[in-house]
Design a protein around this ligand. Structure first.
Ligand code: NAP
Length: 348
């Protein structure tokens, strides 16, 4: 597999795809099949969110489901087969005012490209509880499939009320003695099927209208406990001043965050690519992946605050590839068109 392709400052690519999750891979397959020889930049979370998932049951074409990692590996092989190249690199800044675009990487290298597909996805959100900076990775985790096995026989908390939290809880229930889902409201956001699976599981309990205020422990001992707050109307941390919030300390050996994701668009903040209030790329109106900057296209979770599914990410990845291909063709045609006749010539 052609990972770690050397980067030379002089090369100008037709297409660079930033991000190697399902959207980036789908864009890579399409642009590679169109002979555009795409370069895929694999960032700090290569393969994206699917590599942190166990089974993917709702991706079309796999009646028995498929492992997230396997789906990503298959996609990478498929893109490589058609000529896509992969290299590791995190984009720190993007200069998009003129052609070719320039991407400055954390390594100090610069990549130049005519078309850019941004498929950087979204990363796990943190709750903001006291102690999380110190204990992330020491019993506090955003990935049950990565760290769940360390919690055999423990009591653990899962924070959140969406599908991610249910999935984390169900996975953790294979190892932990007791899993408690802590949710800030009294109603789950998760899909009915995931909520039912979690509710029906003997080892999974729920604490409603409750939030995590503080995490106890140390890097030597790991997580040892947590302070939870509760208010009957929900969102207790917002009501701490009211004096109506109950505090409780519980002993736990692990805490898992499943509270959604934030889009990875920091490197676009100073560019003309439009972002919404939450940082998601705004694509142009209509069925397109075009952004406010001509030649820059958005694909996958980074431009999709609503659906956020593997299959929709693959779909927008292929759309971005087709949009980029057609933009490059139009641009090339315009460059080779004969120049307009000068006024003097017209008078003759
Ligand atoms: P989500 O649907 O946005 O849910 C995030 C949950 O975390 C919500 O319950 C939210 O509470 C809670 N939350 C957010 N910020 C919080 C904070 N600071 N403190 C405490 N709680 C907080 O995100 P998701 O679960 O990651 O799912 C995202 C998308 O991926 C969804 O479309 C989902 O269906 C999909 N997904 C599907 C599967 C599957 O089908 N197997 C698995 C994972 C994800 P509120 O409810 O009060 O807002």
């Amino acid at each position: 597999m052609s990972t770690d392709t050397p980067i030379t400052d002089a090369t100008v690519r037709d297409v660079v795809i930033v991000g190697s999750g399902v959207a980036g891979l789908s864009a890579a397959v399409y642009t590679a099949r169109a002979d555009l020889e795409p370069l895929v930049l694999e960032g700090p979370e290569p393969g994206g969110q699917l590599t942190l998932t166990t089974e993917v049951e709702n991706y079309l074409g796999f009646p028995e489901g498929i492992g997230g990692m396997e789906l990503i590996q298959n996609g990478k092989e498929q893109a490589t087969r058609f000529g896509a190249e992969f290299t590791h690199g995190t984009v720190e800044t993007a200069t998009l005012e003129e052609q070719p675009f320039a991407l400055e990487l954390a390594s100090g290298e610069t990549i130049r490209t005519r078309a850019l597909i941004v498929a950087t996805g979204a990363s796990a959100r943190w709750v903001g509880a006291d102690g999380e900076d110190e204990l992330m990775g020491y019993g506090l985790s955003t990935c049950a499939t990565c760290d769940g096995a360390f919690h055999r026989g423990d009591d653990v908390l899962v924070i959140g009320g969406g599908d991610s939290a249910m999935e984390e809880a169900l996975f953790l229930a294979k190892f932990a003695d007791n899993v408690t889902v802590v949710h800030r409201r009294d109603e789950l956001r998760a899909s009915d099927i995931m909520a039912k699976r979690a509710r029906d599981h003997d080892a999974i309990a729920f604490r409603w209208n409750t939030e995590l205020l503080e995490i106890h422990g140390s890097q030597e001992d790991g997580v040892t406990g947590a302070t939870l707050v509760r208010h009957p109307d929900g969102h207790p941390t917002a009501k701490l001043e009211s004096g109506e919030v109950d505090h409780e300390t519980v002993d736990v050996g692990g805490i898992f965050y499943g509270v959604g994701h934030v889009p990875n668009t920091e490197f676009l903040a100073e560019t003309a690519v439009e972002l919404d209030e939450a940082g998601y790329i705004r694509t142009e109106p209509g069925m397109t992946t075009e952004t406010a900057v001509e030649g820059v296209f958005g694909a996958g979770d980074v431009m999709d605050p609503d659906y956020r599914q593997a299959i929709t990410a693959a779909g927008t990845g292929s759309m971005a590839a087709l949009d980029a291909e057609s933009w490059l063709e139009t641009r090339e045609a315009a460059e080779h068109a004969s120049p307009p006749l000068a006024e003097a010539e017209l008078d003759d």
